[in-house]
Design a protein around this ligand. Structure first.
Ligand SMILES: [Zn+2]
Length: 370
């Protein structure tokens, strides 16, 4: 999800453990946790704002695993940790206080992107139990329709297909075997990443074509979206705020001017119509530094949006661009030890470590991110 950072922008927080694989990484993470590294980094970053990013939450881990759908028990454990070690405040208050320089120490805000229905059934109860405020960013187009967003349609199609191979030569992947779970997972991730780089109109055609080839899944399952009644119910007790996240979750920088306007304006107007509040915060679909541009920023300004969240990994501070605020993405494949390090802002302390690490072969990213 997170691509290279454009020159001149603040460097994202990148874990030095990103070069170490599997079990070794976990041992290192647990050791660093045991010697108090998370506390040291939280102290260092106490004047910054941690905006955590989650996506869907199911009652139990899903099969095949999805890097951005967690389960309620994991979410509860992670949020208990956040509640115990950070000052969690509503996102709008956090951004106002970030601007005014009045943030409490170790401030954090919780966000959930996309607006799947399981946020009402599984995330909401955890938030209420722990008394934590959160913001849900809604892709408004498929709400209440039973349809899933396009990356999720691909996830479902790859998960349920019985096709032994698929020809993805047109996007540079060749003829790909789909004979086992590992093949399907790897090709799905590669295809989604390729599709994200296509012009929007071509992406739409290729997604439909690939889903048709693989055989559409019978239902949206964990990717079914909230209806507006569900969303208002989730927000009813005041702990959850609702904000726009586009209409159909395209990569805005790949869209025409007209579609950028339609995606931003359409989702902002839908949130205002359904909640009675004109939204001043937006979250870019996909949200990498190459996924939005000045045309999107202009459209946000025209719609009265003051802050927009990206997915560049990092903490926000007073120098952060208000229309490209970094977040800390929490994937479902994160161990608790890694979670503690990541949410605390553990980052490379020395250039030497990074130089040495850069000579090692990188581990391919896991999971699809949206
Ligand atoms: Zn999203």
């Amino acid at each position: 999800m997170i691509g290279s950072v454009e020159s001149g922008r603040k460097r994202p927080v990148r874990s030095p453990l990103r070069w170490i694989g599997g079990a070794a990484k976990e041992v290192v993470a647990q050791t660093l946790g045991a010697v108090g590294i998370p506390a040291i980094y939280r102290r260092r970053r106490r004047e910054q704002l941690a905006i955590l990013m989650f996506h869907g939450v199911e009652g139990a881990p899903i099969e095949p695993p999805c890097g951005y759908v967690t389960d309620a028990a994991t979410l509860r454990r992670e949020l208990e940790y956040v509640r115990g070690h950070f000052t969690v405040i509503p996102l709008d208050e956090a951004l106002e206080r970030l601007r005014d320089g009045t943030l409490p120490d170790r401030a954090a805000a919780l966000t959930f992107d996309d607006g799947t229905r399981n946020l009402a059934t599984h995330a909401g109860p955890v938030l209420r139990e722990l008394g934590l405020p959160a913001s849900v960013f809604l892709a408004t187009g498929p709400m209440g329709t039973g349809e899933a967003l396009w990356p999720d349609r691909l996830f479902l199609a790859f998960a349920s297909t019985t096709v032994p191979e698929v020809d993805l030569t047109a996007v540079g992947l060749g003829v790909c075997s789909l004979r086992d779970d590992a093949d399907r997972s790897r090709i799905r991730d590669a295809a989604v990443e390729c599709f994200k780089r296509l012009p929007d109109a071509e992406r739409l055609i290729r997604v439909d074509s690939l889903v048709s080839t693989l055989g559409p899944a019978p239902s949206a399952g964990p990717f079914e979206m909230l209806s507006w009644d569900d969303a208002r119910g989730l927000a009813r007790d005041g702990l959850v705020d609702l904000y726009p996240h586009s209409v159909t979750h395209p990569i805005l920088s790949r869209c025409s001017d007209e579609k950028i306007h339609r995606e931003i304006s359409g989702s902002c107007l839908a949130v205002e119509r359904e909640t009675g509040h004109a939204p001043e915060i937006f979250a870019y679909p996909n949200g990498g530094p190459d996924d939005f541009d000045d045309r999107a920023r202009d459209a946000l300004h025209r719609n009265g949006v003051r802050w927009s969240l990206a997915t560049t990994n990092g903490f926000a501070d007073r120098d952060s661009d208000p229309l490209a605020l970094p977040r800390i993405g929490i994937g479902s494949n994160l161990s608790f030890a890694m979670f503690r390090l990541k949410v605390s802002g553990f980052a490379p302390p020395r250039r030497g470590f990074r130089a040495a690490a850069s000579k090692l072969k990188p581990i391919p990213a896991r999971g699809v991110s949206v």
